[in-house]
Design a protein around this ligand. Sequence first.
Ligand SMILES: [Zn+2]
Length: 178
Amino acid sequence: MHPIKMLPTLEDFGISPPVYIRKINSRSSWKPDPEISDPRKRLEKIAEASFDETSSIWLVNSEQDFYSVIASLSANRTSRHQDIDFIWLTDQELDSVGIQKNQVMEGRCLFAQKLHYDIEIKKESAIQLCDLLKQNNRQSLRCKKKQTKSILIHQEKIGCKALNDNQELCQCQLEGFV
Ligand SMILES: [Zn+2]
C-alpha cells in the first residue's frame, strides 16, 4: 500500500498570505543561544545567522506560489528532497523597520522568479527586524523532506523548469495566472 501523498497547505504551516518567505539554514539558528546571557547579543547572533546584507525573500500569496518557491530553493541542492527551514514576514514588518525591497528575478522556476525580492539589510536593521519578529512570536518552520518531495512531484507534473532543464515551457509559469 502506498500512502496518498498529500500536498501541504499554507494552513498546515500556520501561514496566512500574503507573506514573504525567508529561507534560513536551520531551525536551530532561529533559537536563542542559551549560552549567551546578553539579550542583545543573542538577538545579534540570530540576525547574523538569518540575514545577509542582501537577502532573498519570496512573496507567497497562494499554495502554488509556495510550491514554486520550494521548487526554486530545491533546484540547486545536491539531494532535492530535503528539509527546508524558513521564517515568514510581512510587508508591514519590513516597513516598520524601514527595510526596502527590490523585485529581482531569480532562480530557475520561471513562475517563482517573479516572486523574488532582494532586501538590503544592514546589521542594525537585521537586529531590529529579528527583535520585532521575536516580539510577534514568529516561529521558524520546516518544510519536511516528505512535504518537499510531494511538492516537487507536483511541480514536475506541471512542467516546472527548476526541476527539468529540458522542458520547453515552465507550465507552472502559467499556473499562476489561472
Ligand atoms: Zn516552475
